[in-house]
Ligand binder design. Structure first.
Ligand code: NMX
Ligand code: MLT
Length: 436
């Protein structure tokens, strides 16, 4: 079976021609308009970005290269002993739009295992960071430092041709993704295990299995959870903060390491990826205040009202684009139904799911009252003993690398220029509106 680079190289050739023809022929075709409220309203709904790797339907949720999460289960290769999709296979799908064979997914695992070792200076950098520095900052710093050996930048300095940008971007992508579990697990061990534990890759294990093992989680069901987790958080079209930031920074021809590090800094915000930490912080506060691991519905309802009265958002609910229950939430709920149906944390998540949407709906302003991916993830991690809530967004970040790095490689294949939209002052806008 052909390897990833061969498959992508063939596709780049044909896709480049197809896209060029389309973009030239339809260059002046309008596909939307921009209103003043969109400019003041976070550019919601402006059709302005390209994303080949995934698309997000507000009513249905995410499709990765056209496949739903259920399709990932049905079609992607899995481990002999596993039920969950392999992130390696998801990465192949994102990069090529094709379902990999078992051997092709294994090629990715083997390559990532071979490239997983961290340079000594990165190990030292991580070990020297204060253990009370947020793990997302540590991750971003460590990833940034990897650009010392960026193949893209080395080739660029030597006069790399535009049409070959994508090849070196892909090389950096493979190196970066391979090293991420090692970086994240080292941060985890330093912060929560006194720096002790294994940092050796076991070449018999897959990417997720190694990651779990290096964080000292041996339970095979946790390894399965991590496979699910690292698969479903990978991509959410290009408009979300982490993907858009990565693309924006990469459009300046910054190498993949610093582009993705920029995306991680966006993911670390409480309205984006940090929400999975916020959910558990909020749940733990609620439990403490109500004096129960699984408080009854009426008390949860009062607690939700109290949170809103204090001017805070209910973390894990709402979405800027989705208008239904996030299918990533449902995938995690399905996992919990199988492996931890009676866990009090899961029962409480179910109560919150019942209580919150009608309350948010009653506010009359929340566009989507339903749970998003972050409403469930922390509770699953808690069940398996990962109580360190600050670390949850790191797992999201590791997964997001699969999508954003595939995406920027394709943008380079299409030689998309530097991003530079037009901005206006309020005065300019008022003038423009007068002329309408
Ligand atoms: N709790 C309370 N109020 C909310 C919520 C919520 N969960 N979601 C939206 N609202 C409010 C929002 O703050 C705004 O209020 P105001 O007009 O007073 O400023 C109003 O409802 C309208 O907001 P929307 O247009 O529905 O949402 P928007 O697109 O601006 O923001 C989120 C989307 C996701 C930022 C927002 O729903 C939110 O803050 N949710 C909680 C945080 C969260 O779970 N984020 C994770 C998103 C997924 N991810 O991983 O990135
Ligand atoms: C994501 O996965 O990026 C989040 O759901 C946020 C978004 O899509 O805006």
């Amino acid at each position: 079976k052909a390897d990833l680079r061969t498959v992508v190289a063939e596709q780049v050739k044909s896709e480049r021609a197809r896209v060029k023809k389309f973009a030239v022929e339809k260059a002046n075709t309008k596909i939307g308009e921009v209103t003043v409220s969109q400019i003041y309203g976070g550019m919601r709904g402006i059709p302005a970005l390209l994303c080949e790797t995934s698309s997000l339907d507000p009513e249905e949720g995410i499709r990765f290269r056209g496949l739903t999460i259920q399709d990932l289960y049905d079609k992607l290769p899995k481990l002999e002993c596993g039920e969950e999709p392999l992130p390696e296979a998801v990465f192949w799908l994102l990069m090529t739009g094709k379902i990999p064979s078992k051997e092709q997914a294994k090629m990715i695992t083997d390559e990532w295992n071979d490239k997983a070792e961290l340079p000594d200076y990165v190990k030292k950098l991580i070990d020297d960071m204060p253990t009370d520095l947020h793990p997302m900052s540590q991750l971003s710093i460590a990833v940034t430092s990897l650009n010392k050996d960026s193949q893209f930048m080395k080739a660029y300095k030597k006069g790399l041709k535009k049409l070959d940008f994508w090849k070196y971007s892909l090389e950096d992508t493979m190196t970066l993704i391979a090293k991420l579990p090692n970086i994240a697990a080292r941060i985890y061990r330093n912060m929560y295990r006194g720096g002790k534990g294994c940092d050796e890759i076991d070449k018999k294990l897959d990417w997720s299995g190694n990651f779990a093992r290096m964080m000292d989680y041996e339970d095979p069901i946790f390894h399965e959870l991590l496979r699910l987790y690292l698969s479903i958080h990978c991509d959410h079209d290009s408009g979300n903060v982490s993907s858009h930031t990565t693309h924006l920074v990469a459009s300046a021809l910054s190498d993949p390491f610093i582009s993705y590090a920029a995306g991680l800094n966006g993911l670390a915000g409480p309205l984006h990826g940090l929400a999975n930490q916020e959910v558990l912080v909020w749940i733990e506060k609620m439990r403490k205040e109500l004096g129960s691991e699984n408080p009854p519905e009426d008390q949860v309802r009062d607690y939700v009202q109290k949170t809103l009265k204090a001017g805070q958002v209910i973390p894990g609910f709402g979405h800027a684009e989705l208008r239904k229950i996030d299918p990533r939430y449902t995938a995690q709920q399905d996992f919990a139904k199988v492996y931890l149906p009676n866990y009090e944390g899961f029962l409480l998540v179910n109560t919150i799911f019942k209580v919150v949407p009608p309350i948010l709906e009653s506010l009359g302003k929340v566009k989507n009252p339903w749970p998003n991916v972050d409403a469930h993830s922390g509770t699953l991690l808690m069940y398996f003993g990962m109580k360190e809530m600050q670390f949850y967004t790191v797992l999201f970040g590791v997964s997001r690398a699969l999508g954003v790095l595939s995406s920027i490689t394709w943008h380079r294949a299409f030689v998309i220029p530097i991003e530079r939209p037009k901005s206006y002052t309020t005065e300019d806008l008022m003038e423009l509106v007068k002329k309408q």
